[in-house]
Design a protein. Structure first.
Length: 334
């Protein structure tokens, strides 16, 4: 690159400090411009105009910023989802977009299965209630408590992570239903689950429902109050996908208070950090009616030390290949 202009790669933000790993992978031919903010209003038009590529973590990227990406050859998200990215505006500007699908699959699948098994065995509820037992011990076993090979798990979304969940559940003996209209016929035979073609059928039969689909126009609010009411009474709900799939906390609270929903485990919320809500207050205050029945983790199902490196490495390599070879891998059709 002697005598030539360096490529400039913008990085909006990420949760791991300075982008040293990205800089090392991209090499001396690339200048990193680290915005260090999720606030899109802070993206300088002059800085945007210099970029040959842009990497995005948690920031929004809308038409206001895209209009200034005059040199940009591609936008790459660190993560899988892209609901905060204005894809039509990128398309209109002629800028291709890629996500980062090949990281953290193992972690999210492990997290979801850990939540399922713990709620299915009522571990957190036993723990919460055992603290108050002053007489007896084993007599306080909670009921009902199903054997795993007598229970049905419904997997909504049987892509990479949903498939990894299915593979982890099979040795426990669960009956596994899968709903995913995007998967071709026969996918269920190759992976080993029972396909259902209507989501209501899955909701009516599953003792545990786990979500593994993206948030888009067809899935936002997927488990509305009406859909929650269609769940099998006493079911368990797990969401490690997107908070927007279950965006009605009022409906979730009603389902838990009435006992129609036995328990829920959530890693992603529609708004993070969440605003005040009576359900979240009951959870924070360990109210007796909810003890051990609602588990919330702070959107970290994807995380492990290995996954954090894998994510940054894969995203940076996508940009490197784009700049050096003109090819954008993991491109999302827009």
């Amino acid at each position: 690159m002697t005598g030539q202009r360096k490529y400039v790669v913008g990085i909006t933000d990420h949760m791991f400090g300075t982008p040293d790993l990205e800089a090392k992978l991209l090499g001396d031919a690339v200048e990193i411009d680290y915005f260090a903010t999720t606030d899109e209003t802070q993206f300088s038009p002059e800085r945007l105009a210099r970029l040959d590529a842009l990497m995005v973590w948690g920031a929004r990227l809308e038409a206001r910023s895209i209009a200034h990406l005059a040199r940009c050859k591609g936008v790459v998200r660190y993560g899988v989802g892209y609901e905060k990215i204005d894809l039509p505006a990128l398309s209109a500007a002629g800028i291709p977009f890629a996500n980062n699908p090949d990281y953290g699959t193992e972690e999210v699948a492990d997290h979801a299965v850990a939540m399922m098994l713990s709620l299915h065995r009522r571990l957190w509820e036993h723990d919460a209630r055992a603290r108050g037992y002053t007489s007896g011990w084993q007599i306080h076993s909670l009921k009902p408590l199903l054997r795993s090979n007598r229970a049905t798990v419904g997997v909504i979304g049987v892509g990479r992570i949903g498939t990894a969940v299915v593979n982890r559940l099979k040795p426990f003996g669960f009956r596994i239903l899968g709903y995913d209209p995007c998967q071709p016929r026969g996918h269920e035979k190759a992976i080993g689950y029972e396909r259902v073609d209507r989501i209501d059928e899955l909701l009516a039969e599953a003792d545990i429902v786990t979500l593994h689909c993206p948030a888009d126009a067809g899935t936002r609010g997927l488990l509305s109050a009406e859909k929650l009411a269609r769940l099998k009474p006493g079911a368990i709900l797990v969401n490690t996908a997107r908070g927007e799939l279950l965006d009605d906390l009022d409906a979730l609270e009603t389902a838990l208070r009435t006992g129609h929903l036995a328990a829920a485990a959530i890693d992603t919320l529609a708004e993070e950090p969440p605003r005040a809500h009576s359900l979240l207050s009951a959870w924070r205050n360990r109210e007796d009616w909810l003890a051990g029945r609602l588990v919330i983790t702070p959107h970290n199902a994807f995380y492990s030390d290995h996954a954090a490196i894998e994510m940054r490495h894969n995203a940076a390599m996508t940009v490197k290949i784009l700049l050096e070879e003109g090819y954008l891998r993991n491109r999302v059709d827009i």
